[in-house]
Design a protein around this ligand. Structure first.
Ligand SMILES: Cc1cc2nc3c(=O)[nH]c(=O)nc-3n(C[C@H](O)[C@H](O)[C@H](O)COP(=O)(O)OP(=O)(O)OC[C@H]3O[C@@H](n4cnc5c(N)ncnc54)[C@H](O)[C@@H]3O)c2cc1C
Length: 320
């Protein structure tokens, strides 16, 4: 009997890579609460996308055609399909963070958000950071169903296990007054040739030390040579250097790439909370006392306006 339900997320008809982290969490949670896991995918093109989810060892894949995501419509739909499960989870993407607290409310369930680890301590224990990552809380949810969001950076993307889970129709939505009050008018897409911050293997982030939006071109050159994404601190975003979808940190995106290059940023606690899980951290800062050096694997005390262009020149010699 599957005990865990994973909400998979669609983007332009395809399952987001981030949802594979929720599947890894589901496998680990199911090993503790017993049974297996099922998948639920909702949205335009859900039925066409369902077979791509059938390769991960789920008991079944529930697919429901629905309009574009709005929390008011999706929350009751997820809650309806969640009946009988012990754990309902999603990755803590913008959608997951928006949707799952409402699902918890519909189910009158306790919730743990931003979970980074699971443990078996006489039942399922969910480990989640508090105080900008300085404390790890061990949470037991006491309601019959637990609603969970998990950090993509902390759970490896699930690998396919082979086989093909059966695909079934998701239960249809109950009529909800709230859902009728909102609709998606359209999307303004940010077109970028660079990878998504949360999926990137390399991130080059800039801070207030860059001094202007124009100067971010230096960072972009380095990121492009490394096929990476560009990130930023909140100070850089607040100063209008770059848009806020590039913000890394406690109130931005949580990332854990293979390589994180921090340029002209001090390494404030709230920034570190979003990137200190990166595999290799390189810091370039002119202040040898900058806190970023306490988490950096490699540190360069230098003026970024000299160091980064020099790095770009050298890299161009080896990266065609
Ligand atoms: C509730 C809350 C949530 C927050 N959430 C976030 C968050 O999600 N993400 C985030 O980033 N911040 C967040 N902050 C803000 C955070 O506290 C810091 O203010 C911010 O991260 C600082 O950004 P910075 O490092 O770019 O700027 P600064 O701290 O001003 O650092 C600039 C650095 O650039 C260096 N520098 C300057 N010129 C050069 C040069 N020419 N060459 C080399 N180095 C140079 C300086 O030595 C300095 O270390 C949050 C704050 C609060 C209160």
């Amino acid at each position: 009997m599957p005990n865990v339900l994973v909400i998979a997320e669609l983007f332009e008809g395809k399952v987001r890579k981030g949802s594979l982290s929720a599947i890894t969490f589901a496998r680990e949670a199911a090993a503790i609460v017993g049974g297996g896991f099922d998948l639920l995918v909702l949205g335009p093109g859900a039925k066409a996308a369902a077979p791509s989810l059938a390769k991960y060892g789920a008991g079944k894949v529930l697919a429901g055609e629905a309009g574009e995501y709005v929390a008011e419509a999706y929350a009751p739909l997820v809650a309806k399909n969640a009946a009988g499960y012990a754990v309902v989870c999603a990755t803590a993407t913008a959608m997951g963070k928006d949707l799952m607290p409402r699902v918890a409310e519909h189910l009158k369930a306790g919730m743990a958000s931003d979970v980074v680890k699971v443990a078996n301590q006489g039942g399922l224990v969910l480990v989640r950071p508090m105080y900008a990552g300085n404390v790890l809380a061990h949470v037991k949810v006491k309601t019959p169903v637990a609603v969970v969001t998990v950090r993509q950076a902390e759970f490896e993307a699930a690998a396919e296990t082979g086989g093909a889970s059966p695909v079934a129709d998701a239960a249809a939505s109950p009529a909800e007054a709230a859902a009728a009050r909102v609709a998606v008018a359209g999307f303004e897409k940010v077109v970028s040739a660079r990878p998504e911050l949360t999926d990137a293997r390399v991130i080059v982030s800039g801070g207030r030390g860059l001094k202007s939006g124009d100067n971010f071109k230096i960072i972009e050159q380095l990121a492009d040579l490394l096929h990476g994404a560009v990130g930023a601190t909140r100070a850089a975003v607040d100063a209008g250097f770059v848009p806020n979808d590039l913000q890394v940190g406690q109130t931005g995106k949580i990332v854990a790439p293979q390589l994180y290059i921090a340029v002209g940023l001090s390494g404030a606690l709230q920034h570190l909370a979003g990137m200190k899980g990166s595999k290799v951290i390189v810091a370039i800062n002119k202040d040898p006392e900058a806190p970023i050096f306490t988490v950096a694997d490699y540190g360069l005390v230098a003026d970024l306006f000299q160091a980064v262009p020099a790095l770009v020149t050298e890299l161009k010699k080896v990266v065609a």
